[in-house]
Structures are given as C-alpha cells and as structure tokens.
Design a binder for this molecule. Sequence first.
Ligand SMILES: Nc1ncnc2c1ncn2[C@@H]1O[C@H](COP(=O)(O)OP(=O)(O)OP(=O)(O)O)[C@@H](O)[C@H]1O
Ligand SMILES: [Mg+2]
Length: 436
Amino acid sequence: MTILIVDDNEQNIYQLQVLLGGNGYRVITATNGDEALTTARQAPPDLVVSDILMPVMDGFALCREWKKDARLRTIPFVFYTATYTDERDREFALGLGAERFLVKPEEPEAFVRMLREVLRQVECPPPAPPPVQVDVQPEEEGGYLKQYNAALIRKLEAKMQQLERANGELARDIAERQRMEEERQRLQAQLVQAQKLESIGTLASGVAHEINNPIMGVMNYAQLILDKVGPDNPVAEYATEIGKATDRIATIVKNLLSFARIDKQAHSPARLYDIVEGTLSLIGVVLRHDQIDLVVAVPEDLPRISCRSQQIQQVIMNLLTNARDALNERYPKHDENKRVVVTAREIENSECGAWNTEGDAPRSWVRLTVEDHGAGIPEAVRGRIFDPFFTTKPRDKGTGLGLSISHGIVKEHGGGLWVESEVSQWTRFHMDLPLV
Ligand SMILES: Nc1ncnc2c1ncn2[C@@H]1O[C@H](COP(=O)(O)OP(=O)(O)OP(=O)(O)O)[C@@H](O)[C@H]1O
Ligand SMILES: [Mg+2]
C-alpha cells in the first residue's frame, strides 16, 4: 500500500514517514498540491494525506483537482491539519469530496487506525453513499470560490495568530536572555575588580616592605647632607628636594602597607555613631577651614557592627577627604551648596548594592552615606576610581590609593563600598556593613 503525504513542512513529513513506514506502508511525498498531482498522475497511490496551507497549490485546491481527475477520484483523500479553526472548514473539505478531515495532533495509533479504516471502506464501500458532486457547473463555481476564499482566510488568520504568539514568546525569551547576560557581565566585572584589588594588595604590600627601609635611609642621608653643608650652600636646595620626593614615596608606602594590615587587628562590636564622631574630631577642623558645611545625621541607637573601628574610621576619613576635594574644586570659596552630608540607617537585604552577590541570604545591614554636591564623577571615570593609583588630582595632591584601600577594608568586613553620582550635581558613596 502506498500513501502520498503532501505537506510543506519537512518535520511533519518526516514524522508521518516514520509513523506510516513503521506500520508497513510505502510512503511517497510532495511539498505542495501541484507536485502531488504530478506524482500521483505518474503512479497513483492508494491514499493521500494532505495538509491545507501550502505554497503553489493548497490542500483545498488539490482536493478539488483530485476529485475532478477520473483516474484519481476513487483514491481516498484525507486532510490532516494543525490549524483547525472552524466546523465550516470541515464541511467545506468534505464537500470537496475528501474522505476524512483529521486535526493534529492525533494520537499516532488512532491516526493509523483511521487511515486503515478509510482504506478498508474503499475496498468494500458501504452500500450506496450518494456520489459526491465534483464536476461543478459554472454557476456553482462562484459559490465554491466564495467558500474556498473564506476557508483559506480562516486558515490564514489562525496561522497569523500562531505566528504572533510565537513571536511574543520569542521577544520575551530574548528580553530574558538580555537581562541575564547583563547580570552576568555585572557580576563578572565585580569579580575582576575584587581579584585585581586582592592581587595588587599582595604585591603592593611586598613591594612596600622592601622599599620602606631604603627610603628611610635616603631621607636620613638627605638630612645629614643638609646639616653638613648649611642652608646657604646650593647643595642644600638639592638635599631639600630629595627630602620632599622621599616624603611622597614614604606616604605612598604607608598607604600601601594599609592593604597588608587590613586583617591584622581583631573585630569588636562598635557603634557607627562613635566611629563617625571620632573621625569628625580629626577632620572637622579642616572642613571648617575650607568653609564646608557639615551635616551629620547618624542615629545613636543603630545596632552595633562588628568591625575594626580604626579601619572603618580610615574609610570615612577617605570619603570625607574626597568630598572635600570635590567641593573645593567646584567652589573655591564659600557657597551655600558647599556641604557634606553624612547619614546612616538600617537597610534591608534587598536594598544592598550590586556588590552583594550572595543574593538574598537573610542578613541585616547598616548603610553609611557620604554625600557631596561637588563636581560629580563622569561615567567614564566611575569604573576606575577603585583602582589603586587611579587619581584625577594633581601629582602633589592625590596618590589614588584612598578608595582602593577603603574598598579593601569594607570588603574584608563582609560589606560593600559603592558609588552613585550625577555629573555636575552630586556624588554619594555608600558603605554597607553587616550587623552583628
Ligand atoms: N566625592 C567625589 N567627587 C568626585 N570625584 C571623586 C570623589 N571621590 C573620589 N573621586 C574620584 O576618584 C578618584 C580616586 O579617589 P581616591 O580617593 O582613590 O584617590 P585620590 O583622592 O585621588 O587620592 P588619595 O585618596 O590617595 O589621596 C579621585 O581622584 C577622583 O577623581
Ligand atoms: Mg582620596
């Protein structure tokens, strides 16, 4: 027994081929109605199973031609369609003379059973079913065309809806992928940053130790020369310059060593309020001197944090110094906006900055924020401010270590230091620390 499958979808053809082949039928195929007619006229099959929507010639037109052809009309014609829309399609198809109208997905066994039944009925036809009128008279042609068009339009509309649904799903899928990719890149960037700081920290502390002793030697010898030649000798000027240069080296070395010392002290519970007070007693005078208004709102009754107070103080000091520099740059003299605001509050886990990669582990945090209305940090610079030695300040002013050291300290405390800024508007540094 030979079955002709007509479908423009390769996968559908393949599935039917496997199913029918597996049930002992010989299968031949065509990808549209026109091809099916040519194939069938050369070697008529015992049964044809046809899809409806196909290019060149669709299933309805094929069925009509099939049932007009004297050699083919007795061969049973089965429609097999995925986009069933309406009872009128079935009526129209059967009206064309088709033996069956099956809707996908049909159970494979049921499908084969039905085909068998169709074939059996052809071999011994039931008594006197009125022969289908297939030779349409011209006046009926208009009616046929109308029905044909309506059925095709219904099919096309259903197909369009299917495509639109698929399109919507695809768009959602793409958006989700994009979101995940962005998330991945963000985490990757954080990881790189953390690893970079860690390895630089190790390297820097090693180098710093090596440099510390010789630099003290150079300083001492410069001082000895100065003492020996007396202030009027031109050599004294050189010795002074050597002294200044080595001073700067000594500062850098001292800062680098902070990296190494990060985990040398013990943690103890402390009040953020006290730490801020301690810091302000050190830097308050400097801020006042620069006519910077200082607003502090740190509640005394915040839960305690477990920390090395000295180091947290160092972080706050760095943040305040940076704010001071930014304000002095924007307002060289007095201005009503020349203000630093220090606030602190408890935050939820979900509010934590992007640095919190542990996701939603249940944990409470306290956030200290230092805000200034200075120049802001341009987008292009923002990604580098935590890099060691990155500075936008003149050579004699910044070493570019303040933020990288602070970042290391906060990270070692299990927290995160991060920034938000609007250029020419404001900058906010947030230090998120876990509560005990
Ligand atoms: N509040 C701020 N407003 C604007 N820019 C800032 C602010 N804080 C930091 N920056 C930028 O980040 C850079 C790096 O800061 P960081 O504290 O690491 O180094 P620095 O202040 O330049 O030098 P150092 O702190 O070692 O003396 C600064 O040079 C500056 O460009
Ligand atoms: Mg700084």
